[in-house]
Design a protein around this ligand. Structure first.
Ligand code: IMP
Ligand code: MG
Length: 175
């Protein structure tokens, strides 16, 4: 089956929204330091761009969970592939995700990271597909864009590990 990518959100629009979000986070955390936790691999492009727009002191760490394989459907099982390098106790933590779909990954992450006693724990996502939510207890604090139930790629998001490097957000169409 052949696939093509159609532009959903232009590069300029994504960059502008990330700048605005960076400003908002800088205001919300005025006088504090933020510790960004990037959910690999998809969150990398978003975290780098966002971190550059935050004016309060920033530290970063990375975590990797397994959710989707080469398929576009979730297995429902979350596993930690790479844990954090640093302790988060007493830190103002923001989890940085590429996309929240069922909420399965984040529901699990909030549970395990919450037990490590951060001073605060918030969620920030590039994209949110609210219509797909299964875990309604997952509250998202910062969202760049809400989208419909479409399979998207680019800006860190992949389809079978491809297209992460696209500077815009696109929709994969299968022919
Ligand atoms: P959730 O656990 O169902 O919320 O799914 C979260 C993860 O699934 C994301 O971090 C992505 O890696 C992946 N995912 C969900 N929807 C998409 C999509 O439209 N394109 C690419 N990856 C997706
Ligand atoms: Mg992800």
């Amino acid at each position: 089956m052949a696939e093509t990518v159609r532009v959903l959100v232009e590069e300029e629009e994504v960059d502008k929204r990330i700048r605005d979000l960076g400003e908002q986070i800088s205001k919300d955390y005025e006088g504090k330091e933020v510790h960004l936790i990037c959910v690999l691999k998809g969150g990398v492009f978003f975290m780098c761009e966002l971190a550059k727009r935050i004016t309060v002191p920033v530290t970063m760490d990375f975590m990797q969970c397994s959710s989707y394989g080469a398929e576009t459907k979730s297995s429902g099982i979350v596993k930690i592939v790479k844990d954090l390098d640093e302790n988060i106790e007493g830190k103002e933590v923001i989890i940085i995700e590429d996309i929240i779909d069922s909420g399965n990954t984040l529901s699990y992450l909030i549970e395990i990271l919450g037990k490590r006693k951060p001073a605060s724990l918030r969620l920030c996502t590039l994209l949110d597909k609210p219509s797909r939510r299964v875990h309604h207890e997952v509250k998202v604090d910062y969202t760049c864009f809400q989208i419909e139930d479409l399979f998207v790629v680019g800006y860190g998001l992949d389809y079978a590990q491809k297209y992460r490097n696209l500077p815009y957000i696109g929709v994969v169409e299968f022919h």
